[in-house]
Design a protein around this ligand. Structure first.
Ligand code: DOR
Length: 444
């Protein structure tokens, strides 16, 4: 007698380690139990995916959800609503909140709020400081920890480790893969005078390619000295991409949809300070090399760097305007549009958003459509034509730099541990997010 599954996702085209092909998925107790041809009669619930592609759940390994401390910009709950509206099943959230996530207590507080209010699964980075270096070894292994995050150049918030000795101590202390914001603080301070009041385009001149490159070179040197692996966030320059392509043994690489999609000066002309972020958007020549790195396999993951600020804050005159733009909800549609335009394959998209995070962060039981894995799926309609609008954005900030952009390819459903959390642009049910687990901290 065949078993009855809690649900069967039927009729879809799976994109998997096996390639692309039609298959049904049987789910029980939140896990994938069978892949193949499964009779509808064996399903408690049938989820009809006819005409749709079923991808492993998209994992966004860089978001800023602002809670605690800046809930007027974003909350864990609203940020995660934005995630699942955009087809994202898990997020890794950044520590530059207030208080900073730099201790066991502040991490546990985020995990508790995540469990109570988040719609997607989650992990939280622990920020490195000069003061908590000796605790990092324990902090990176706590339940809900995504590992350590280091700001080598200052950005929103006041997390910064820029001197050689402290950086060296941090890299020596961690054993998991740590994530780095790589811009050289000394050069940024030196060049502050390059900024022009009221002109956000000067942001890109100030935080120049050299500031990113020298920082990334230093990071790779320190990683080698200490025999550690490092994850370099939001690569924006061609020079870094070429450099990192020669250091794949120690360095993993993130690219963002915004650096791959928007160029300057056009973005500043169209969006003003909305286009201001760190590291900054760059010109088409840099972007071309980012795509080269993506297509050559140098890039391991896509992160949205969802960094919401209110419109009121963003409309302050540069440089008083804060850096960052939302992105967790637009990652999937923007990148599917690139898939449709032939910039990357759907298989490569899955490699970047599921297999890549699974591989480099050692995520337990997520990131693949395979028996025994969590039943996390991003279900997409590759042919759907939509226009991204501000009023679709569930983030508390309520805007997107991609407003009015028409795309082909749309997230139709978000399934997390077997539960439909979003279907056809509607959020279903209550928050039920859980911490992501990692291979290097399985006892957590
Ligand atoms: O533009 C940015 N905004 N870059 C960062 O590194 C931080 C982020 C934020 O938190 O606003």
């Amino acid at each position: 007698m065949p078993d009855i599954f809690d649900s069967v996702i039927k009729g879809g085209t799976l994109v998997n380690h096996d390639g692309v092909g039609k298959a049904d998925i049987g789910v029980r107790n939140g896990r994938i139990e069978a892949i193949g041809n499964i009779e509808a009669s064996r399903a408690g619930e049938v989820i009809d995916a006819t005409g749709l592609h079923v991808l492993p759940g998209v994992i966004d390994s860089q978001v800023h959800f602002r809670e605690p401390g800046a809930e007027h910009k974003e909350t864990l709950s609203d940020g995660s609503r934005s995630a699942v509206m955009g087809g994202v099943t898990a997020v890794f959230e950044m520590p530059n909140t207030n208080p900073l996530t730099t201790s066991a207590e502040t991490l546990a507080d985020k995990v508790a709020h995540g469990r109570a209010g988040m719609f997607c699964d989650f992990a939280f980075y622990v920020g490195a400081t000069r003061e908590n270096v000796d605790d990092l070894r324990d902090l990176e292994r706590l339940p809900g920890s995504a590992g350590v995050k280091v700001f080598m150049g200052s950005s929103t918030g006041n997390l910064l480790v820029d001197d050689e000795e402290s950086l060296s101590r941090v890299i020596a202390a961690v054993s998991r893969r740590a994530a780095f914001h790589s811009e050289d603080e000394a050069r940024l301070i030196d060049r502050e005078g390059v900024r022009r009041e009221g002109d956000p385009a000067s942001h890109t001149e100030w935080r120049d390619p050299e500031a990113a490159l020298i920082s990334t070179q230093r990071l790779v040197r320190l990683a080698r000295e200490h025999g550690k692996r490092v994850h370099v966030l939001h690569i924006s320059t061609g020079e870094e991409m070429e450099f990192l392509s020669k250091h794949k043994d120690v360095a993993s690489v993130e690219a963002t949809p915004q650096h791959l999609t928007l160029t300057v000066p056009e973005a500043y002309e169209a969006l003003g300070t909305k286009a201001q972020m760190n590291p900054p958007l760059r010109d088409a020549a840099h972007q071309k090399i980012l795509w080269w790195g993506l297509n050559q396999g140098v890039v391991d993951v896509l992160g949205s760097d969802h960094a919401p600020h209110t419109l009121e804050e963003k409309t302050q005159s540069y440089p008083a305007s804060p850096s960052g733009m939302p992105g967790v909800q637009t990652l999937v549609p923007i990148m599917l549009d690139h898939v449709n335009a032939g910039m990357l394959s759907l298989e490569r998209f899955v490699d970047l958003t599921s297999h890549g995070p699974q591989r480099i962060f050692g995520i337990a039981r997520k990131g693949r459509i395979a028996s025994g894995y969590d039943a996390d799926f991003t279900i997409v309609d590759l042919a759907a034509k939509r226009t991204i609008e501000d009023d679709w954005i569930a983030s508390r900030c309520g805007w997107t730099p991609f407003a009015e952009r028409s795309v082909t390819g749309w997230p139709m459903g978000t399934i997390i541990r077997g539960r439909r959390v979003m279907w056809e642009d509607e959020i279903l049910g209550e928050p039920s997010g859980e911490p992501v687990r990692f291979l290097e901290a399985l006892s957590a």
